[in-house]
Design a binder for this molecule. Structure first.
Ligand SMILES: Cc1c2[nH]c(c1CCC(=O)O)Cc1[nH]c(c(CCC(=O)O)c1C)Cc1[nH]c(c(CCC(=O)O)c1C)Cc1[nH]c(c(C)c1CCC(=O)O)C2
Length: 344
């Protein structure tokens, strides 16, 4: 039996104090992150510099003693490894060469050919397994196919994922080929992260909520299920966390459908509802609104306690409902952690 709290929760154990980590815990709200990012030059150079990527991964562990570290990288490294151009525009976000036609798609490399490009990421994982404290779990991750496809098709972030919705409706064969390619690349990528030392993997489907009805099942849940099944076949015993953000009531039943060990919840659902509807099937992660990391105070303490309390009857990993934002106050993170660890 492992001593690592995150692995115990993922195995279905109800713990007296939930383990805790935070999405985007290595990020711009931390002065030490901003300093290392500047040393690297820019965000992508930081992602591909194993020593510095490991350093920023470790910073929030040193500062806060979280129970898990998440590999520092980005979901858009996979499209880049598949052959898309990728760059970040300061203050605006990512830009990629868009996939609009069959001939754009034909220029991508095969899924198995991504590893040379992604080798620095695997090296970051190896460094982290050496450097992390014994009690800290290392989480690897990738974007889910639907979310990754929304960026590849539009060539940027979009408010409504319009271009991807248009392609799935108007060029379904091309869209399906693209999803398939990302499914295969993601299986290989996460498998390589696990071989390098990742102990848990998480799939981020940040835009799952924009899919409705049958499309949600087909383009969010089915790819998550395929990836999870393939990873379970190759790496039995390595837990998978699935995060179909914005699923709302459709979070119910997802453990069984996806075959995931844990379902990560955003703050669009209440903890009391999710304890009944989702946690009854297995471990849940979440779901404090990240705005509390900006505003702090009594509201943060009350809401943190309410979430810990609602999920206290089953396996739970405390987290935010989405990533911490650059305007967050690092002191509020201490307040959240102290509240979680003293609330039980
Ligand atoms: C959609 C998405 C992306 N990246 C990611 C998602 C899915 C989760 C989510 O919905 O937030 C996931 C991600 N991005 C990053 C991580 C590292 C691990 C972590 O600390 O959580 C993870 C897990 C680092 C990052 N990825 C990015 C930053 C900020 C870059 C910087 O330092 O300037 C970090 C720390 C940049 C990024 N990367 C992406 C966008 C849209 C942006 C720009 C928006 C922004 O600036 O916050 C794509």
């Amino acid at each position: 039996m492992t001593d690592k709290m995150i692995l115990r929760a993922l195995a279905g154990e109800t713990l007296p104090v939930p383990p805790i980590w935070m999405m985007r815990q290595a990020g711009r709200y931390l002065p030490e992150y901003r300093a290392t990012r500047q040393q690297a030059g820019d965000f992508l150079s930081l992602c591909y510099n194993p020593e510095l990527a490991a350093e920023v991964t470790l910073q929030p562990i040193r500062r806060y003693g979280f129970d898990a570290a998440i590999l520092f990288a980005d979901i858009l490294l996979v499209p880049q490894a598949l052959g898309a151009d990728l760059w970040f525009v300061t203050g605006e976000g990512p830009r990629l060469s868009p996939i609009e036609t069959q001939s754009d798609f034909d220029k991508l490399v095969p899924a198995h050919a991504i590893h040379d490009h992604l080798a620095p990421v695997y090296q970051t994982v190896r460094i982290l397994r050496r450097e992390l404290p014994e009690e800290t779990t290392l989480i690897g991750f990738a974007g889910a196919p639907w979310t990754v496809a929304t960026y590849m098709i539009a060539g940027r972030g979009t408010p409504d994922q319009g271009p991807a919705h248009k392609m799935r409706q108007e060029a379904p064969e091309l869209f399906e080929k693209l999803i398939d390619q990302i499914v295969h690349a993601t299986i290989d990528y996460l498998s390589a992260q696990i071989n390098a030392g990742a102990e848990v993997v998480k799939l981020f489907d940040s835009w799952a909520g924009s899919l409705e009805g049958e499309a949600f099942e087909r383009w969010s849940i089915a790819p998550l299920t395929r990836i999870t099944a393939a990873l379970k076949a190759r790496h039995p015993g390595v837990p998978v966390i699935a995060f179909p953000r914005g699923a709302g009531e459709r979070y119910a039943g997802l453990h069984a459908k996806i075959g995931a060990d844990c379902i990560a919840l955003d703050d669009g659902v209440t903890a009391t509802w999710a304890a009944e509807a989702v946690q009854k099937d297995g471990c849940v992660q979440g779901n404090l609104a990240s705005s509390h990391m900006v505003t702090g105070g009594d509201a943060l303490v009350q809401e943190t306690r309410a979430i810990v309390d609602a999920f206290s009857g089953g396996p739970h990993i405390f987290n935010l409902g989405h990533g911490i934002t650059p305007d967050a106050d690092p002191e509020n993170v201490h307040l959240m952690i102290d509240t979680v660890r003293n609330a039980a």
